[in-house]
Ligand binder design. Sequence first.
Ligand code: BES
Ligand code: MN
Ligand code: ZN
Length: 501
Amino acid sequence: MNFSLTTSAALSQRQPAAVLFAFEKERLDGPVAFRNLLRRVGPKEFRGTERQLFLLHTAGKLAPQRILLVGLGERDNFTIETMRRAMGLAARKLRDSGIERAAVQVGDDHSDNSLIAIVEAAILAMYQFRQFKPQDDNDATDLNSLTLCIPPRADLPVAKRIVAEAQIVAEATNYAREIGNLPGNVVTPRVLADYARTLAKESGLACTVLAKNELVKGGFGGLLAVGGGSANEPQLIALEYNGVPVPVAGAKRAAAANPIALVGKAITFDSGGISIKPADKMDEMKFDKCGGVAVLAILQAVARLKLPLHVIGVISSAENMPSSTSYRPGDIVTSYRGKDKRGVTIEVLNTDAEGRIVLGDALVYARERGAKTIIDFATLTGACVVALGSVAAGLMGNDEALQEKIRASAHRTGDRVWPLPLWQEYKDKIKSDVADIKNTGGRYGGAITAAAFLAKYVGDTPWAHLDIAGTAWTTEDLPYLTKGATGFGVRLVVDLLRRWS
Ligand code: BES
Ligand code: MN
Ligand code: ZN
């Protein structure tokens, strides 16, 4: 998508369409010709309610050939998410009408945040997963160019920077969606490692991949157990970005000495293993890699934004399959030990609770690499989906201040999260008679007992856990996100990291 900026009005642009946002119960103003056109629009045709759209032809009376009116609902209820949704619907309406170029009026009363929302929503809404089903030639129109019309007094260079940065973040989100949507036969752990290597080369990141024999040598017992049932061998993928300028001083030295680790679950396909899942919706388990993929995408954005931070990405990737080499219920496996005397031992009660096991190894590895803060992303539990639906991710951890920051970023980006408690009673649920912990905590509070399992591995390192099981993909089209992987977590954590310090 191409963006250009101007301080002249959308209604003065000679373009196939101009997009105007309107609050409910407020009159749109403009030149006489525009007001005359509006007079013909019946109150039921367009009242400015949320999600309402109305396309009218200007028949040569105004510079744009068409005007798309987009409802925002009542001004009092307006949030930045309202704008994102409105622009997402508008972009789809334009594309479905065969319109490739349009001017968008960014209003006086809309702030810089509206500009960000408009750019992001347009890029996100136009994404389609088309690798295996290309569009046919006769409906191959795509909305590909937007002129953003900002108020006459606005600062153009500042607006330009805002647009460029919003573009980076939205494109990173689409990068995550594209890899997330790829099926299990295409993206195996090894292929995911190749994506990481390519990203590292393009973005100037350091990349380390531990393949099967290195995992054996290192004693990554959790990842090896989970991946053991598949011919597609497990991989531990690490990416490192250091944007702290050298020579470092003051606050910046602190950033270099306090690397942030982003840890992701990347099960390229989760059949459940020996504790196999029912056939219904099992196909959706290709999305079980979305936590790890979010980590890739966040590192892409962090590098393109050149943030003055030190960030380490750790992706624990395996395929969970049933076979004669699978791990079994009853097995006792030993996690990667890192610098500890011994690794945590796990009694496996259900091979389908594999995410926490692969994350255990990755969390220890992240701490060994010097992480001073850890955020993990995982499509970890069906229980989280029961609790929060697909509206918000579960947020847990051991650090209130970190959680507050994440909640603030969630509010700004629309990648919503909601906290769940991590009290001792939940930790007691995963105690085992024969090992340090067991990998299931019973039927109730499943999202939390899974987080309690992870807590075993982070010690006192400030840590936040995002259970994205309900938000990593959508089975219905949303205003600015179509069916499939959503890239959840990318906009959220990039926002968090931009404000880090
Ligand atoms: N990847 C699944 C969690 C999941 C399920 C995400 C449905 C999204 C939709 C995870 O590996 C899993 O299978 N968890 C089990 C844990 C249980 C066996 C303790 C679950 O949630 O049922
Ligand atoms: Mn599972
Ligand atoms: Zn899983």
